[in-house]
Design a protein around this ligand. Structure first.
Ligand code: B3K
Ligand code: ZN
Length: 881
């Protein structure tokens, strides 16, 4: 474990800072190993803080070279300094300035927090607490300051110099080799939104005029030679800016908006004010190097970071416990944008898949935590699916509960009232309570209580009374630190489906909110609908109106009817998933049930055949979602205990093979029908056609490996885009043998110079569900395309293996051993990447006893490693607790 004790930071201990910093003037002279930083801070006592308090500034691996107060040197006994902090014992009780000189080494910064160099480009990452690696500071989000930044660098090394806000001056430094740029950001911001970039970069520019008339210069900066891959990101940026004007009434507020793509980045992107820095994976796109999925992710992430300008930057968080205030809300906004740009039901299905796979699994294991945690040791470990995705679900439910109009009015009020503030969840909810006239205290429990609620629903038709009664009950299982749960407020959008479609809903129940929605806000509830002409099938949680597990007493036949007849596309998909999931859970739990799996497959294939014939051609993107079975992880979670990943995999394979065998000719015909031979276009409809063709290819490869291999090879050879080539590679990886190895080699030859494409190649191999994969991964670590120093490479190969359910969970424990070793190795250079990887163990407790013991032993080994980072120590400790 970690030698030094790590403090637990608690929400209840929050108190305002004793000091405020109104202005920050930075003068940064960039050098590869000796960058000089001068920070001139304009300080004053905070009227809300303690008088006469010392000034305690945060630092992290800093070295101080000079300290001046109001321009004069500070006596050495008046302050104390370590790499982790600088304390001024008795600062004057008035406004004063502090000049702090520090020296840092961006080339040695492998943590990629603070200022670092990525492929020769200087860049920064300050959220959550990276600014303190650049200068001593009050590094907390409620300290908001106006920044002016002078950057200086060698002209040849860094011809482009960027920071937040607007460019106000630029020129040569006497001597000729160095130049400078001065940036000013008029909007007060917390230090975590500070950024700079310096390097040789190519740029794509576009002019933009906001709805309220401001001219903005948009620019996307990329590595030299890659400007022709920046067009899609720019296109997305323009579309999302218009959308935010139209849908939320939000205009951009500076004269410039810069996006920069760098190749070494710990996460997806960062919303620094006016200077968004991106992992290049989420900027660069052309048909040969980006898949349909990449195009969609770029669209979503460009929008997400842009939307933060209002939800995050103009209104930021009072403290890190409020992280979901900006993240959940901004995810909701980007989901809505993508829904409007693409197919809303398909987007919802994709988002719910992600929610279940990432967030439900987190909520079901030792790392479960509330959307607003109450305590943390390392905040960077709380950028989680719970804070982001469940946080977005809360906003979605809030909108359902208060209605569209009160929701929009509440957002307007929030923007008006909290602009320029470091706000809290309470501030946010108060706006909606006001515009809707509703009490939201019970709803706020969503922020405090962890765990996924389960709704148990059953219905009863009374033919004599022509009534239908729905009984609903909610429970939430205990989670770490929260043994006892209270009911939460659940909006349940529903329909009663009769032979001819939706039946009218009539009830006097006070739980009925109108517009097809029941609100379940207590442990159980019974709602009776009257004048129901025939026995209906209930369609509950339409559009996935609440992030819960639903247990419904419907038989397969009724579910299959919902699949064909429900007016809600999400629930059509859900009905099918439930049928598939039941079959897989039963065979995954008890391999002897394989026969029943075959029977289910026969019935499913009949229904699917009709669907593929009648409906798939009209909405291929939806059909592709139907063809994709629930993930292995979803099945494991449904089984819940004594999980045997090999049995689940066998069931999954068995069902896929059976469906592929029975539907093979039809899938082939559909592939031909959808093969339009037009030039590649990334639009959602074209992507949907490719998705359906490729889902079909996958099923065929499982059912008839030789045929699948032949098709995959042909598709690989003729495809004009990466999506189809990747799908061919993925299908081929299901078929062991020489043809597979040959295709793997061909793929590598075709993209050896493209690291982002090689990542996909690495990942496709890491995911092969075979015993030999671990050795293959070890061998690939020696491949020139791999590097332990680059987060994208690590996520592709090592992260890919950790996501390989059968191989990470090998019965001999070797998968756990490998990942544990990687965590320990990575922790020495990049703790954030290491702790993310350690998160792969989060479902270990539900495994069968043999694997469980092996996983626990490896976790304990990690936990006992000396000198662990706070990041890894925290995850290890909580995962084992
Ligand atoms: N706010 C950043 C994430 C920062 C992660 C810090 N460990 C990206 C985003 O959510 O938009
Ligand atoms: Zn975000």
């Amino acid at each position: 474990m970690r030698s030094e004790d790590t403090k637990l930071i608690r929400l209840e201990d929050y108190r305002p800072s004793d000091w405020l910093i109104d202005t920050v003037d930075l003068d940064i002279s960039l050098y590869p190993v000796k960058t000089r930083v001068r920070a001139l801070l304009g300080l004053r006592p905070n009227p809300a803080g303690q008088p006469d308090a010392p000034l305690v500034l945060d630092g992290d691996e800093l070295s101080l070279s000079a300290l001046l107060l109001d321009g004069l040197p500070v006596e050495t006994n008046a302050y104390s300094v370590t790499p982790q902090g600088l304390t001024l014992h008795a600062p004057p009780a008035r406004r004063f300035t502090l000049t702090i000189d520090t020296e840092i080494d961006p080339s040695a910064n492998t943590k990629l927090m603070g200022l670092y160099r990525s492929s020769g480009v200087y860049c920064t990452q300050c959220e959550a607490d990276g600014f303190r690696r650049i200068s001593y500071f009050l590094d907390r989000p409620d300290i908001m300051s106006v920044y002016t930044v002078r950057l200086e660098a060698a002209q040849a090394e860094a011809p482009v110099l960027l920071s937040n806000g607007n460019l106000v001056a630029a020129g040569q430094v006497p001597g000729g080799e160095r130049h400078f740029a001065v940036w000013h950001d008029p909007h007060p911001k917390p230090a975590y939104l500070f950024a700079l970039v310096g390097g040789a970069l190519d740029v794509v520019r576009q002019d933009y005029v906001t709805a309220d008339g401001r001219s903005v210069e948009l620019a996307v900066y990329v590595e030299p030679g890659k400007a022709d891959r920046a067009g899609w990101a720019m296109d997305c940026l323009v579309r999302c800016m218009r959308w935010d004007e139209r849908v939320f009434g939000r205009n951009y507020d500076l004269d410039m908006f810069n996006v920069v793509a760098v190749s070494d980045f710990n996460m997806g992107a960062m919303e620094n004010k006016g200077l968004n820095i991106f992992n290049d994976k989420y900027v660069l796109a052309d048909p040969q190097t980006a898949s349909d999925g990449d195009y969609a992710s770029i669209e979503a992430i460009i929008a997400h970071e842009y939307f933060h300008n209002w939800t995050g930057n103009r209104i930021t968080c009072r403290d890190w416990f409020q992280l979901c205030l900006k993240e959940g809300l901004t995810v909701f906004r980007d989901q809505e944008f993508s829904s409007d740009e693409r197919s809303r039901p398909v987007k919802r299905i994709a988002d719910v898949r992600t929610l279940r796979t990432t967030q439900f699994s987190e909520d079901a294991g030792p790392l479960a935590h509330p959307v607003r945690p109450r305590a943390y040791k390392e905040i960077n470990n709380f950028y989680t699916p719970t804070v982001y995705e469940k946080g977005a679900e809360i906003i979605r439910m809030l909108k359902l509960l208060v209605g569209d109009d009160a929701f929009r009015a509440g957002m307007d009020l929030y923007f008006l009232r909290c602009d320029g503030m470091a706000a809290t969840i309470e501030d946010f909810l108060a706006c909606f309570a006001e515009t809707s006239g509703r009490e939201l205290a019970a709803f706020a429990r969503w922020y405090e209580q962890s765990g996924t609620p389960t709704i148990v629903a059953s219905g009863h038709y009374d033919a004599a009374a022509r009534s239908y009664t729905l009984d609903l009950a909610q429970t939430t299982a205990p989670t770490p630190g929260q043994p006892d749960k209270v009911p939460v407020v659940l909006p349940i959008v529903l329909g009663l489906v009769g032979a001819g479609g939706d039946l009218p809903l009539q009830t006097t129940s006070p739980a009925y909110a109108g517009a097809g929605m029941i609100v379940l806000d207590q442990a159980c509830l019974s709602v009776t609908f009257t004048d129901v002409a025939e026995p209906p099938i209930p369609s509950l949680l339409r559009g996935f109106s609440a992030p819960v597990r639903l247990e419904l007493d419907l038989g397969d036949a009724e579910l299959l009817r919902l699949f064909s007849a429900d007016s809600d596309p999400f629930n059509r998909w859900q009905a099918w998933q439930t049928v598939a999931s039941r079959a897989l859970v039963s065979a995954g739990r008890d391999p002897a049930k394989h026969d029943t799996l075959a029977m289910s497959a026969a019935a499913m294939a009949d229904v699917l055949g009709v669907f593929l014939r009648d409906q798939a051609p009209a909405d291929p993107a939806f059909a592709a979602q139907v063809l994709r079975l629930p993930s292995l992880g979803d099945i494991a979670r449904e089984i819940g205990r004594d999980v045997d990943p090999d049995a689940i995999f066998a069931a999954h394979r068995g069902l896929s093979a059976e469906l592929g065998r029975r539907l093979g000719p039809q899938l082939l015909a559909l592939r031909d029908a959808l093969d339009t031979q037009t030039r590649y276009s990334p639009d959602a409809a074209s992507a949907g056609r490719r998705a359906l063709r490729n889902e079909g290819l996958g099923l065929i490869a499982i059912a008839a490996p030789q045929e699948g291999a032949r098709l995959a090879e042909a598709q690989f050879s003729t495809a004009d885009n990466l999506t189809d080539r990747l799908a061919a590679l993925a299908a081929m990886t299901l078929v062991p043998g020489e043809a597979r190895e040959a295709l793997i080699a061909r793929f590598a030859q075709s993209c050896a110079a493209e690291p982002l494409v090689m990542d996909k190649w690495l990942m496709a191999q890491a995911l092969i569900p075979e015993r030999a994969t671990l050795d293959r991964v070890r061998t690939l670590m020696q491949h020139p395309a791999f590097s332990l120093g680059n987060p994208n490479r690590v996520r592709a190969l090592i992260g890919g293996f950790a996501a390989n359910m059968t191989q990470f969970n090998r019965p001999d424990g070797e998968g756990y051993g490998f990942i544990a070793d990687m965590v320990i190795a990575l922790d020495r250079t990049n703790p954030q990447i290491a702790s993310r990887l350690l998160g792969s163990f989060k479902s270990w407790r539900m495994l069968e006893p043999g694997r469980k013991a092996l996983a626990e032993a490896r976790l304990a080994m990690v936990a006992q490693t000396p000198n662990l980072s706070r990041d890894v120590a925290d995850i290890a400790e909580r995962t084992l607790a």
